[in-house]
Design a protein around this ligand. Structure first.
Ligand SMILES: C[S@@+](CC[C@H](N)C(=O)[O-])C[C@H]1O[C@@H](n2cnc3c(N)ncnc32)[C@H](O)[C@@H]1O
Ligand code: SF4
Length: 397
């Protein structure tokens, strides 16, 4: 096991005690459905009525604003699906709508996900003019054979063109790669990742391929026609990922996310630090404090069903659950242990009304899976990150 030394970097998203307040907007359409993806994304063969969606986004924002009250936003994220299929006017209208409903200070992080195949310079410039200052590109692989296997519509040349454009137009840029692909050796990944780091600006998301139920890959995997690296091989790939990125100055600050110090995704930090965020659009989730209580919101997933609901009722929420303090403590643990900075134990104790079970904690510490940082923080070690779900389950009991 490689011991990756990690420090809490004070530059990370400013104040550790302030989880921030984010706005997430979901664009649920893609040009094609990737065979591994279980995100709420849909392919439509007719043009999408973007002005109608804009009106619905604005209506749902008004409802969410009533729930949150007046607040200052720390980040905005447009995810999908493929938000880069939106016209710049659509993005502009969404961002203006957010600024009419909440306080949006100048210079906050405004991210948009983009697919290399749907990138055009004019549209990128239009997004930038609308206020987007960070783009997250779904590159996924840097060889054409694997891009094809992943069902992507772009090739490496498209990806490099999109990276170049993003670097020219946006102050901040990240891209995603998926590793632990069938037959991928650690040498292959080592080469590809080093090449990726050479193109990176300040942030990289590196995900292990997961076989999600209900996807075409799931069926193939079950039938034995798609074999992915086993646990041991995945661990080797994960450790190589940590070593290379650490050496190259882009260490992990979360299980799958790497940044130059100070360039962590402010928006995602809000999720992992268990802050409040509003979720707008089909299938968006939110966590809001309203009337002193924390609630979980979820909207209708089907885009047209969501539109109709919003038009009739002013929002597409199909679920609003009051989160009891114990449930909040569990969520805080689940999200926070993904971060290298770990969790604020005092906050967790205040929510759960107890200390971590001393025997379980001692066991996890002795086996090198977690560690205490002074009296007030607890985090996973690199070894613990490899078995994160088990660690969370153990501490949550
Ligand atoms: C919701 S997608 C949006 C990005 C954009 N639509 C794209 O694919 O280029 C966000 C990221 O999740 C990752 N992802 C989605 N499904 C995955 C899976 N089954 N295993 C690993 N990573 C996955 C991909 O890297 C993708 O870029
Ligand atoms: S383009 Fe992105 S969101 Fe759409 S299906 Fe592929 S991975 Fe999922």
């Amino acid at each position: 096991m490689t011991a990756v030394p990690f420090d809490i970097r004070p530059s990370m998203g400013a104040d550790l005690s302030d989880p921030g307040f984010g706005i997430y907007v979901h664009w649920p359409f893609c040009a094609a459905k990737c065979p591994y993806c279980d995100f709420n994304s849909h392919v439509r063969h007719q043009p999408v009525d973007q002005p109608r969606f804009v009106q619905a986004f604005l209506k749902e924002m008004a409802t969410m604003r009533r729930l949150t009250g007046s607040r200052s936003v720390t980040s905005i994220f447009m995810g999908g699906g493929t938000p880069s299929l939106m016209a710049p006017e659509t993005v502009d209208a969404i961002l203006n709508g957010i600024a009419r409903h909440w306080h949006v200070p100048d210079g906050i992080e405004i991210t948009m996900e983009a697919n290399p195949s749907s990138v055009e310079a004019d549209r990128f410039r239009g997004y930038r003019a609308a206020g987007v200052n960070r783009v997250s590109l779904g590159v996924q692989a840097l060889n054409d054979r694997d891009l094809k296997f992943l069902g992507r519509l772009h090739d490496v040349a498209d990806a490099l063109k999109a990276i170049r454009l993003a670097r020219d137009i946006f102050p901040r840029m990240s891209f995603d790669l998926i590793y632990a692909r069938p037959n991928q050796t650690v040498e292959d990944w080592d080469r590809e990742l080093k090449e990726a780091v050479s193109y990176a600006v300040d942030h990289l998301s590196l995900y292990q391929l997961t076989i999600e139920e209900g996807t075409p890959f799931y069926g193939l995997h079950k039938a034995g026609k798609l074999v992915v690296p086993d646990g041991e091989q995945s661990a080797v790939l994960y450790e190589a990922t940590q070593e290379i990125t650490e050496r190259e100055g882009m260490p992990a600050y979360e299980v799958s996310n790497h940044a130059r110090p100070g360039s962590e995704s402010r928006h995602n930090l809000t999720y992992w630090r268990y802050g409040d965020y509003v979720g707008i659009g089909p299938g968006a989730h939110g966590r809001l404090t309203t009337g002193g209580a924390k609630i979980a919101t979820a909207t209708e997933r089907r885009p047209e069903g969501w539109l109709e609901l919003v038009e009739a009722e002013g929002h597409g929420m199909v679920d609003q659950e009051l989160l009891e303090r114990e449930a909040q403590a569990d969520e805080l643990l689940l999200m926070g242990l993904r971060l290298k900075e770990g969790i604020d134990l005092v906050r967790w104790q205040a929510l759960s009304g107890r200390d971590p079970d001393p025997d379980r904690e001692q066991f996890l510490i002795e086996h090198g899976f977690i560690e205490r940082l002074g009296n007030s923080r607890l985090r996973c070690t690199p070894a613990g990150m490899l078995i994160l779900d088990a660690v969370v389950a153990d501490l949550a009991c």
